[in-house]
Design a protein around this ligand. Structure first.
Ligand SMILES: NC(=O)c1ccc[n+]([C@@H]2O[C@H](COP(=O)([O-])OP(=O)(O)OC[C@H]3O[C@@H](n4cnc5c(N)ncnc54)[C@H](O)[C@@H]3O)[C@@H](O)[C@H]2O)c1
Ligand SMILES: [Fe+2]
Length: 405
């Protein structure tokens, strides 16, 4: 266990962090919402008169034709653009650098990101790279994007990360096997579109995993000690929407209502965690992503029940509130039982989506390194309800070892 004095020190540090966050001047993006709203965003962008723009996306989306209507609208509006589709899941420093080269060659003055969190995050860092004479890794951490980024317009095609409304960009430093987050007010996109029509082709397993990422944002923001009334409202609404619509979106990807509600949930959860932070689920999941390339949402979905089990003694009332909001558990049950029912619901959702209870790539010999990294990431960044020391973190992570290992 952490020493009581150390916990006290961390709590005081986090209280200061919360007070600063509460008065931070977040500039939320202008949001277009609804079927085909990505075209409204394109028209809005065209009106701004950027001479030429860079589109940042991935090769899968290009191949599937997800961008076809957007590109046709840009042609119609005679906006000059270049496309960089070299981003892969968990984008690397090299991919960002390659995108920046294309941006420079085309003298682009703004960026349109179309994709999941990976292309949007990569676009943020490409835009930051254009304004700052600094290597990408030197811009990770808190408030190190001093000169800002190019205007960024974001169209999420997963309902997951909320990156279109967060101040974060997560990059993979392959050389050092770590995922690094840049967090800076200047990484907030200018405008975004929540367009369900672009999400109908998202395969069921990615819909499920990215939806569980959004749920993790909402839940970790709600149980965070840095939660505020304004973040609670968003986190609760997001949780309710996810509990109501994620199963439908997974079962029937063409259900536009479910897609729209999930896009909204992901957006609200993004606003909530931008201010209240996340926690150990993300800290552990980031290391899984760095070591084993585990998709971010899948990693969170696997980790979440174990971290909530551990955290429950310090946040039972908060989890119980979420359960009551979502009609989970028996009416009139006490907080601990409701909190347990909430965690069980997450386990049931995972089971229904075919998300395993263990991480097949996890190696026992990697656990000390994962635990160290997770504790380090959380320490001065996340106001977690219950702190872990290294042995405890290792114990929590061990639950995810493949049973044969
Ligand atoms: N910036 C933030 O605030 C924030 C928050 C959470 C996570 N992240 C980061 O975001 C990344 C993960 O993003 P993600 O989970 O959205 O996934 P992703 O962007 O990595 O995409 C996952 C896969 O889904 C495919 N895909 C995406 N949209 C599709 C569509 N509409 N149709 C068909 N296929 C589609 C992609 O081609 C890709 O193969 C991670 O690097 C994670 O660390 C960032
Ligand atoms: Fe996340």
């Amino acid at each position: 266990m952490l020493h009581a004095l150390e916990v006290l020190f961390l709590r005081i540090y986090m209280m200061i962090f919360k007070a600063v966050t509460a008065i931070m001047p977040f500039k939320w993006p202008k949001v277009f919402e609804g079927n085909q709203s990505s075209l409204d965003l394109v028209r809005h962008m065209a009106q701004k008169g950027h001479g030429s723009i860079l589109i940042v996306t991935d090769a899968v989306l290009m191949k599937l034709g997800v961008l076809n209507n957007i590109l046709a609208e840009l042609d119609k509006l005679q906006v000059k653009y270049a496309v960089y589709d070299g981003v892969e899941p968990n984008p690397t420093v090299q991919q960002i650098e390659a995108g920046y080269q294309i941006l420079k060659q085309n003298n682009a003055q703004a960026i349109l990101a179309v994709g999941g969190g990976s292309p949007i995050d990569a676009a943020k860092m490409i835009g930051a790279r254009a304004k700052n004479e600094k290597p990408i890794v030197k811009m990770t951490g808190l408030f190190r994007v001093w000169r800002g980024m190019l205007p960024l317009y974001a169209v999420p095609t997963t309902a997951g990360t909320g990156s279109e409304c967060t101040i974060a960009a997560v990059v993979t430093d392959t050389a050092n096997k770590r995922k690094l987050a840049a967090m800076d007010l200047k990484l907030m996109p200018t405008a975004a579109a929540l367009d369900p029509s672009l999400m109908v082709g998202l395969p069921a397993h990615i819909t499920a995993a990215t939806g569980m990422d959004a749920l993790t944002h909402a839940v970790e923001a709600y149980v965070s000690r840095n939660a505020m009334k304004k973040t609670d409202e968003k986190a609760v609404e997001a949780t309710k929407l996810i509990m109501q619509y994620l199963e439908t979106a997974v079962a029937d990807g063409s259900n536009l209502e479910a897609r729209q509600k999930m896009a909204r949930a992901s957006h609200l959860a993004g606003i909530a965690f931008t201010q209240a932070g996340v926690g150990y689920v993300h800290a552990i999941a980031h290391k899984f992503g760095a070591l084993y390339h585990t998709p971010h949402g899948l990693a969170n979905a696997i980790v979440m029940p174990y971290v909530l089990d551990y955290s429950l003694p310090n946040c039972a009332s908060r989890l119980a509130e979420l359960a009551r909001h979502c009609g989970i558990g028996q009416a009139g049950a006490d907080d601990v039982h409701l909190a347990q029912a909430f965690v069980q619901r997450i386990r049931d959702m995972n089971a229904k989506f075919g998300i395993p209870t263990e991480l097949k790539d996890l190696k026992a010999s990697d656990i000390p390194e994962i635990a160290k990294s997770a504790i380090g990431e959380a320490r001065f960044t996340y106001a977690v309800p219950r702190y872990m020391d290294k042995p405890v973190a290792e114990q929590v992570i061990r639950h995810m070892l493949p049973k044969a290992a």
